[in-house]
Design a protein around this ligand. Structure first.
Ligand code: DGJ
Length: 752
């Protein structure tokens, strides 16, 4: 296999070289394989989307990154890998080679990917190239430290459409003694040396997630990380690095990436004294320890990354496309998010059959398609102090079980959803009284509560079996189409007393793998089921959980003005296809801010629309407004959820104005949203220039809400909307507008 591939690769390179000057078109035809190996130069090359990625084997047998950027011509030579020259006795050869995956050993001074210690005291690990394999469009490169008995398999997957590459590692112990991994990254991404990089990342906290931050990269390290046991919202496992001073939404070189992992994680961004930038990501080394007996192995999560020349806006669109095509369970065919109703903000824990049925009736009349019962339906759950873990229907609230309500919801033409928080337990619960040993804890030490609850140790086989069974039964006994899967605290005291002390820290890996396994099995057993990942808002959003769920809840903050920034930040990394947004009551419970129903609807219509207000209190006039917006949303939701998103004006940093545009994948529709949080001295709203339209096509425009300047044409070319733009009349505090552009043909449009 390997021989044949090397031979083919050499022939292909020879063919391409022989084609002379006019390489690109012909080369594209011969260049069927996105992954090639040039055996003569010992260079691996990946071409996909608009990206080329290359690395080689240097004279020391190390795997060294050679190139990561815009796509090169097929015949372009790539240099043989040569490590940076020694500079002093402190910086010998091999100290700072930009390795694809480095062990901590030999003279290395850069951040390694893998750090180990052996039972005999050895901590030196030097990984050298061994062999490779290309199978089914995937590359596997084998490294080893033969004397130490450690093999590492590096896996590379390639998305032909976006050029996004996925990398992970498998570490195997072939020694005769045990080895403990102190640090195990998935991959390192090396950027070309430069002094004008800046790093973008996401940060936040409960009810204030998804703030976009930018800082210049200078020599030194930045650690983006979660030590919380789950993804967390303090940082999200996503990064973007931009080059030069000129970057913006549509211009500039951007390298970006995200980790597919829902446990503690780290992305370590380091610029060394040679101005080399290295982004190393994977399991969080903090409190990490994973022991491998002889013959055992560990797989890391996948670290995905991509590149574009076209600014941070295009980086986001590539991520969105990649998530829709490759990550989400529907693999390229994501179902549209139904309009949902959820009474959490209206009723809290006080759910009961009669009122939920009334709410369902009203919701259906407004055009809602999914009705979700939130927290409070089970056990002794009248507040957050009790009941978690006891997943039996509370008969005081639902005397006949959930069936009558579910039947009613179905009869009204809606699907039915239910809230669960299966990884948690209240000490005041039957489950905890039966199994106090089932939670994360250190023997004989206090157990810290968060929202009056403890974390079940899903790493234990018996606990994960139990959680699967309980949910499987719930779904088998009730006709449920949707679970809102919540997770409302961080880990504390992450002990696993039933394990030997030197194996307890495996909880960081095994817990998450069991979680994924439970969700995967539930989906297999209940094929129509959809799941939302919620973690007290947006504290568990990552490419790992997204592979198993259909939507996510970005924040408990539903204030429509705050939401503009929250949703904007979210879209840097994640697709609107999964971003749920609710219209709730005014004034908002988070900050007391009042807003019109129009503003609330338009803000929420930028994602998957939901209603969370007390709709039984809405007046007939409010009902009519809601009905109109819900109908309008159904007309545009494919464009908003699955289209190409352009962030026209940023709401970050409490900016008063913001605007987005989504263009349908087939180009037939574009939707524009514009917001004014605070009017300023009667200033006019800036002209908005649309993007991503066909210049020669004609588009008919209509307003969903708001006012455009007098003289705005009903029909004009894509060139007109993109270059002349549109002027909207937004002047007052908390004002909003939205417009739809429908493509109606191309005839008659010739640029003069
Ligand atoms: C936190 C979630 O984010 C809310 O939407 C709600 O489901 C509550 N938990 C219920 O306890």
């Amino acid at each position: 296999m390997k021989q044949a591939n090397a031979y083919l690769a050499t022939i292909m390179l020879a063919l391409v070289a022989g084609l002379g000057g006019n390489v690109p078109a012909l080369a594209a035809a011969t260049q069927a394989a996105p992954i090639r190996y040039d055996a003569a130069r010992r260079v691996f090359r990946i071409d996909a989307g608009k990206v080329t990625y290359a690395f080689g084997v240097n004279a020391d047998g190390e795997l060294q990154t050679l190139y990561w950027g815009s796509r090169l011509m097929a015949g372009d030579p790539l240099p043989v890998a040569v490590p940076p020259a020694p500079r002093s006795s402190f910086d010998p050869v091999g100290a700072d080679t930009p390795q694809e995956y480095a062990g901590w050993g030999g003279p290395i001074t850069v951040m390694p990917d893998l750090k180990v210690h052996f039972a005999d005291g050895n901590r030196d690990l030097v990984l050298r190239y061994d062999s490779y394999r290309i199978d089914d469009g995937k590359l596997q490169v084998m490294l080893h430290d033969r004397r130490a008995g450690i093999d590492v398999m590096l896996n590379y997957s390639v998305d032909a459409a976006t050029g996004i590459i996925g990398r992970s590692a498998r570490i195997e112990n072939h020694a005769s003694q045990a080895v403990t991994l102190d640090r195990a990254a998935s991959a390192s991404w090396n950027l070309p040396p430069a002094t004008d990089y800046s790093l973008r990342y996401l940060t936040g906290t409960w009810a204030s997630e998804w703030h976009v931050r930018t800082r210049p990269l200078t020599p030194g390290a930045t650690e983006l990380e979660s030590r919380r046991g789950s993804t967390g919202d303090e940082n999200n496992p996503w990064f973007a690095i931009e080059r030069g001073a000129q970057w913006n939404e549509s211009h500039g070189r951007v390298w970006f990436g995200a980790l597919a992992w829902s446990g503690s994680w780290s992305i370590h961004v380091d610029q060394d004294v040679l101005n080399q930038v290295r982004v190393t990501g994977g399991y969080d080394p903090f409190d990490f320890s994973y022991r491998l007996e002889p013959g055992q192995g560990l797989d890391t999560p996948v670290f995905y990354a991509g590149y574009t020349d076209d600014g941070i806006g295009e980086a986001s669109r590539l991520m969105h496309q990649f998530e829709r095509d490759r990550i989400l369970p529907a693999h390229g065919h994501p179902k549209l998010r139904p309009v949902l109703y959820n009474s959490w903000e209206a009723t809290g824990f006080k759910v009961n059959e009669a009122e939920q049925e009334r709410l369902a009736g009203k919701a259906a009349a407004l055009g809602v398609e999914r009705f979700v019962v939130d927290d409070g339906w089970f056990g002794a759950r009248n507040s957050d102090h009790a009941g978690l873990g006891d997943w039996t229907v509370n008969r005081e609230k639902f005397p006949h079980g959930l069936k009558p309500l579910i039947d009613k919801v179905h009869a009204l033409g809606m699907s039915f959803g239910l809230w669960v928080e299966p990884e948690m337990v209240n000490p005041d619960s039957d489950l905890y009284r039966r199994h106090p040993d089932w939670v994360l804890n250190f023997k004989g030490r206090p157990r810290s509560l968060g929202r009056n609850q403890l974390v079940l140790n899903l790493a234990r086989d018996d606990v994960s079996q139990y959680v699967f069974q309980v949910l499987d039964e719930l779904l088998s006994r009730n006709d449920i189409q949707f679970l809102k899967w919540d997770y409302n605290r961080n880990w504390s005291e992450p002990g696993w007393p039933q394990q030997a002390p030197d194996r307890q820290q495996q909880v960081y890996v095994t817990y998450v793998r069991h979680l994924y396994d439970i969700i995967r099995r539930l989906r297999e057993r209940h094929p129509g089921l959809e799941i939302e990942s919620c973690s007290g808002g947006g504290a568990r959003v990552d490419l790992g959980i997204m592979g198993l769920t259909d939507e996510v809840w970005p924040s408990d903050n539903t204030d429509p003005s705050d939401r503009l920034s929250i949703q904007d930040g979210f879209t840097y990394a994640y697709a609107p296809a999964v971003m749920m947004a609710w219209v709730t009551g005014s004034p908002n419970w988070v900050n007391g801010r009042s807003s019109s129903l129009d503003f609330r609807f338009l803000s929420a219509m930028q994602g998957g629309l939901g209603i969370g207000a007390d709709i039984l209190k809405w007046t007939p006039a409010e009902d009519a407004v809601a009905r109109r917006y819900i109908a309008a949303y159904k007309d545009i939701r494919a464009t908003v959820q699955l289209g190409r998103l352009y962030r026209l004006l940023s709401p970050q940093g409490h900016a008063p104005r913001s605007a987005t545009e989504s263009v349908a994948i087939d180009g037939r529709q574009a939707v524009l949203f514009a917001f004014l949080r605070q009017g300023q001295d009667a200033q006019a709203y800036p002209t908005l220039y649309l993007q991503g339209l066909d210049e020669t096509a004609r588009y008919r425009y209509r307003l969903i809400h708001g006012k455009a300047a007098a003289g705005t044409p009903a029909v004009a070319s894509g060139a007109y909307w993109m270059h002349h733009g549109i002027d909207l009349e937004l002047r007052n505090d908390m004002d909003a507008a939205a417009a739809v552009f429908e493509r109606i043909g191309t005839a008659g449009n010739v640029r003069r």
